[in-house]
Design a binder for this molecule. Structure first.
Ligand code: GLC
Length: 484
């Protein structure tokens, strides 16, 4: 007799998810991946939970009250309130409570407060499953913020029959953010350090390491980064420990929302285009030069940087590299915000080269789109990059990446050396000299318009759809199913 198979229950938990709230790349992933998994032919009953951050505009969504309950804390129970909404067919739970409601920002510099907020959220998510009598087969957590849920299942809830069949997957989007300083918060909610574990002593009370210790499976967002994580340069001090988990660690590259990022229909750009109408792309370049008061020179290669100005993104490497190639003719646009020191350096360079460099210190989504559509090259000098989104968007818009060969950048870009296949220009060392060399290589090819167009056409033809990743996540879920 063939038994009707029960649908797989998956709970996807994250600290942020577009369009509700987005600070970084994790928000993009949580805003796409669960939907892509739900849309698969054998798709599970996947639901998502995020904290009801202040930054979420509650007037934009219909939030229904689901339930409320208490979470135990050493200073007395804290009430969690749960709301529910539907978006594109997906059920989303938004969880509030004093530690969430108190915080003005999604992430603050106060690691203790953040620790309390996200540990509270992680534990509330688990209690919610009980209240709903909805047993997850898979708990899929992201980064340090939701890692406490993974750890709780393997410690304080390990004998709870309700979760007897719940397996865990922890996805690492950004390894260096370990949740340092959240230890006391974990303890206050009853989650004790993992003494006598394989973890280095200093990491035994940190959320991400504890999640990595206890998750049934771990993945990160590219195969390149999955390997790099095991090395001293990228392992954040956990490389030795991570090696003990190597057989449970895989890489799955993120996708790109191909509809949200489409030069053929993007309303924010001057002229829409496809790889068949690349000549129209030039209008975007001219419009951009005009807007930013750069000389209207179509032959001058237009370089760009878009992104957070912090250590990870390596913008200082690009600033120095630009100086090193200042004997050549080009223009550059730098857009982003972040560390005030780095912002100041980017502004200083524009002052030094007023003819050809513009620095714009702000977050500006529409301008970013005009830059993707109008620039010739996108500089992505990241010191580390688990996956990276900028390079994928740039390629989709025909802006050729000049990028550091690391993590997801290395996995998504093929260097110019591989003639006939190349989609960009890569450099190995996170050093201005290495980047300047790659820039010189790119600048040397650029005047050969036919050759350059071939690279652009290959870039624009790449398939970054989320479906590819979704299939791989579903495979992991299925491999983790515990027998009933
Ligand atoms: C983090 C990583 C970035 C990745 C994103 C989504 O922001 O730094 O490389 O693309 O997470 O996974």
């Amino acid at each position: 007799m063939i038994m009707a198979e029960k649908k797989l229950n998956v709970l996807f938990i994250a600290s942020e998810a577009a369009p509700f709230v987005k600070v970084g790349g994790l928000g993009d992933v949580a805003g796409s991946l669960p939907y892509a998994i739900a849309a698969l032919p054998e798709g599970p009953d996947i639901r998502m939970a995020i904290p009801l951050h202040k930054a979420i505009d509650q007037t934009k969504y219909t939030l229904e009250t689901v339930t409320s309950f208490d979470i135990a804390h050493k200073n007395g129970p804290i009430t969690a309130e749960v709301f529910q909404t539907e978006l594109n067919g997906l059920t989303i739970y938004l969880i509030s409570g004093e530690p969430v409601a108190e915080a003005d920002l999604v992430y603050t510099a106060d690691t203790r407060a953040d620790g309390k907020k996200f540990t509270f959220f992680s534990l509330a998510v688990l209690e919610l499953c009980k209240q709903l009598d909805w047993q997850p087969d898979i708990l899929h957590a992201q980064d340090w913020h939701t890692a406490p849920a993974v750890y709780a299942l393997k410690t304080i809830l390990k004998d709870d029959p309700f979760f007897a069949h719940t397996a865990t997957l922890l996805t690492v989007h950004n390894l260096p953010y370990l949740g340092n300083g959240a230890g006391p918060a974990l303890k206050a909610f009853g989650l004790k350090p993992a003494k006598k574990s394989n973890l280095p002593k200093w990491a035994q009370d940190m959320p991400l390491p504890l999640g990595l210790l206890t998750a049934d499976k771990i993945n990160t967002v590219s195969t390149g980064y999955a390997q790099e994580m095991l090395t001293p340069e990228f392992g954040s001090g956990l490389q030795k420990f991570l090696k003990t988990r190597k057989k449970d660690l895989v890489g799955i590259i993120n996708g790109l929302d191909m509809d949200a990022w489409n030069p053929a229909s993007d309303k924010a750009i001057s002229a829409n285009f496809t790889s068949d109408t690349l000549q129209d792309r030039g209008k975007n370049k001219r419009a951009l030069q005009k807007e930013l008061e750069l000389p209207q020179d179509t032959d001058a290669p237009l370089l760009a940087f878009i992104g957070r100005m912090d250590h990870q993104k390596g913008i200082e490497i690009a600033l120095e590299a630009l100086r090193k190639v200042s004997d050549l003719s080009w223009q550059a646009i730098i857009l982003g915000t972040g560390d005030p020191d780095i912002e100041a350096r980017a502004e200083a360079l524009a002052e030094e080269f007023p003819q050809n460099i513009r620095t714009i210190i702000r977050f500006d989504g529409a301008l970013a789109r005009r830059i993707y559509a109008g620039s010739d090259m996108m500089m992505v000098p990241s010191r580390y990059e688990p996956c990276g989104l900028i390079q994928m968007i740039a390629m989709r818009y025909g802006s050729v990446p000049v990028a550091r060969a690391t993590g997801g950048l290395r996995d998504t870009i093929t260097d110019y050396k591989e003639k006939g296949k190349s989609t960009g220009f890569l450099f190995k060392k996170a050093k201005p000299r290495a980047m300047a060399k790659a820039l010189r290589r790119a600048l040397a090819v650029f005047p050969d318009r036919q050759e350059w167009e071939q690279i652009q056409i290959r870039d624009m033809a790449q398939d970054f759809t989320w479906q590819n990743s979704a299939v791989q996540y579903l495979d992991i879920y299925l491999s983790l199913l515990k027998s009933e």
